[in-house]
Every structure is written in C-alpha cells, then in structure tokens.
Design a protein around this ligand. Structure first.
Ligand code: GDP
Length: 325
C-alpha cells in the first residue's frame, strides 16, 4: 500500500480512502501497525481539528435516532459529519452498535457524512486505540464534527469522554422522580444532558425529567472551566427533530467559551497525556500475554502454590525476567 498516496487522498476528503485507512488502523498485524503509524505521522502535520462530540446512553434511549436527526441537521447546516462508535460489548454479542445497516439510513446516504461501525475487539484498550486513531483520520480528512457513540456499559464512557471535546448524555423520560440510576461519575462527565422523546404523550414526562436532572446537575461540583449554567439539561425529540438547533447552540456556546479561555487546548493536551499513559500501560500488560511469559507465569504460580516461593519473590523474579526480554 502506498502510504503517501493514501495520505493525500485522505487530506482531499476521499471517503473510500478514509475507510481503507480505518481498516488499516484496526488491523493487529505488525506490518499494518507500522503502516498505520507512518500514515498517522504524515497526517498529523495537517493539524486539522474537528469538534469531537461523545454521546452515551443506554440501549433504547434513542442514540441512533438522535445521531441520524442531529447528523442530518449538521449536514444541512453545511457541516461534514463523521460517526464512530466505541462498543466493547460487540465482541461478546457478535454485533456492533453501528453494524445494523438500517440504522441512520438517511445520514448514511449523505455525501458529507461518514459512518463507521465499531470494530469488534474483545478488550476496551484495543477498541480505544483504534477509535482514537479513527478520530485522527477523520480530522485529517476535514470533518467538522465527529460524533463518537457509546453504550452505557462499564468503562466505555470514560474512554469516549477522554477523546471528546464535549460529552452528551442521552436519557429517556422517566416516571416519578427517580433519576434512572444514572451513576454520579457519568453525570459528572456530561456537559449537556439531553432528555430525548419529548414528544406526544411523553412530552410532559420529559419536561419533568429534564427539571429533575437540571436540579441534580446544580448539586454537582461547579466547573471552573465552564460558563455559568453548564452543565445543562435540555429536552429533545429525535423523532420529531425538535430541540436540535437549541442543543447545537448550547454546544457551540460551551465550546466557544472553552476555546476563548484556553480550556480547549488544555483538555486536548491532558487527553494526549492520558492516552500516552494508557498506551504504556497496555504495552506493558501485553508483554505478560506472550506465550513465553504466560508459561513462565504458570511455573512461578505453581511454585507459589506449593510454598516454594513467596508471592512477592516470585513477582520480582518475573519482572526481572521480563526486563531481560
Ligand atoms: P438506541 O438503542 O439508543 O440507539 O435507540 P434507537 O435510536 O434505536 O431508538 C430506540 C427506540 O426509541 C426506537 O423505537 C425509536 O423509534 C424510539 N425513539 C428514538 N427517539 C425517539 C424520540 O425522539 N421520540 C420517540 N417517541 N421515540 C423515539
């Protein structure tokens, strides 16, 4: 594969080249990893930035309907939109959250939209790296907005928040005054909470739910990096395409403020450091996964089990052997 040519095509916004490049970064093959690194290195020079929006919500809350409506709204506003997904469950379930072709039918037909299903990977570290690299490819390709979708499972929100400039949490209208068991950590990550399905019979419930969340958000720690009134809760209807322009206005207000006050650059720098740290950790852990290391771990574990070595001595032996390669 001619990486120079591929790079030029991506910079020209060629979507097929972009899709090929994402396949390349998703590959685990050594030679592909090397090509991917070369490609990403070349493209970094272009220094293009998109607005990266993370989006989370439990299954059924309306994520794909929202992405379709909101994506169409952005495209109709003259923006180029890419949609990526982080779905750590895909390997287990055999499907992927963007894999279903019937999802986002209108958006997928748009010339200025690009939709990429989540790669099937068993561990989140692998998914995270590939998605992060796909984000970089989409940025180089000149997209204005990148939507990164995730389902609310385990650590995937953290992964998405750490690669987003802005984090949206999509919620459904809830009866009574219970806060749908949303974990505090996820609430704290959200910049804008969107209570979806604010239409028909559900509208009054959505409005009440939204007020409940607005109240809950006020109780969270004040964020010095954000203007007054954020994080914010709003209602939308993905189906009726209501509230999308207002939501976009609020996002732009928040992002404009962060750019003007240096928070945008700082957040990206912090994220880069976070990913550097994660990469080192994953690479170290990967060294334990080689056949040789595993068999040696087994031997040492047996020695520990039989009381021949203490756990700490065996651990030190193992680490010393790893260091020697
Ligand atoms: P996801 O699992 O989060 O991606 O959710 P989907 O987008 O697949 O939507 C789940 C269900 O909720 C579908 O039956 C949608 O038609 C419905 N839905 C999504 N958005 C809305 C909305 O704004 N209003 C109403 N009434 N239903 C919606």
């Amino acid at each position: 594969m001619d990486i120079g040519q591929l790079s030029d095509k991506i910079l020209n916004g060629d979507r097929r080249a972009l899709a090929r490049a994402i396949t390349l970064v998703e590959s685990g093959r050594e030679d592909h990893r090397a090509q991917a690194s070369e490609l990403l290195g070349r493209l970094a020079g272009a220094n293009r930035q998109a607005l990266r929006i993370g989006l989370s919500g439990t299954p059924g809350v309306g994520k794909s309907t929202f992405i379709e409506s909101f994506g169409m709204f952005l495209v109709q506003s003259g923006l180029r939109v890419a949609v990526l997904a982080v779905d750590p469950s895909s390997a287990r379930s055999g499907g992927s959250i963007l894999g279903d072709k019937t999802r986002m039918e209108r958006l997928s037909r748009e010339r200025n939209a690009f939709i990429r299903p989540s790669p099937s990977q068993s561990h989140l570290g692998g998914v995270a790296r590939r998605t992060r690299e796909a984000v970089a490819l989409c940025e180089a390709s000149g997209f204005d907005v990148i939507l990164i979708e995730t389902v609310g499972v385990g650590q995937s929100e953290t992964v998405v928040a750490e690669m987003s400039d802005l984090f949206l949490l999509l919620l459904a209208p809830a009866g009574g005054d219970e806060l749908q068991g949303v974990k505090r950590g996820i609430m704290e990550m959200a910049d804008v909470i969107l209570v979806n399905k604010a239409d028909g019979d559900l509208k009054p419930v959505a409005i009440r739910t939204c007020a409940d969340y607005a109240g809950a958000l006020r109780l969270l720690r004040k964020r010095p990096q954000d203007p007054e009134g954020f994080p914010k809760a709003m209602t939308v209807s993905a189906v009726e395409e209501q509230g999308l322009a207002q939501a976009w206005d609020e996002m732009q207000t928040l992002i404009g403020w962060r750019r003007d006050n240096g928070h945008w650059d700082r957040r990206r720098a912090d994220q880069a450091c976070y990913w550097f740290d994660q990469e080192v950790r994953h690479a170290l852990l990967a060294r334990l996964e080689t056949a040789q290391a595993r068999s040696r771990m087994g031997e040492l574990a047996a020695a520990v089990a039989q009381g021949e070595k203490s756990p700490s001595v065996a651990a030190r032996d193992m680490l010393a052997e790893l260091e020697q390669g």
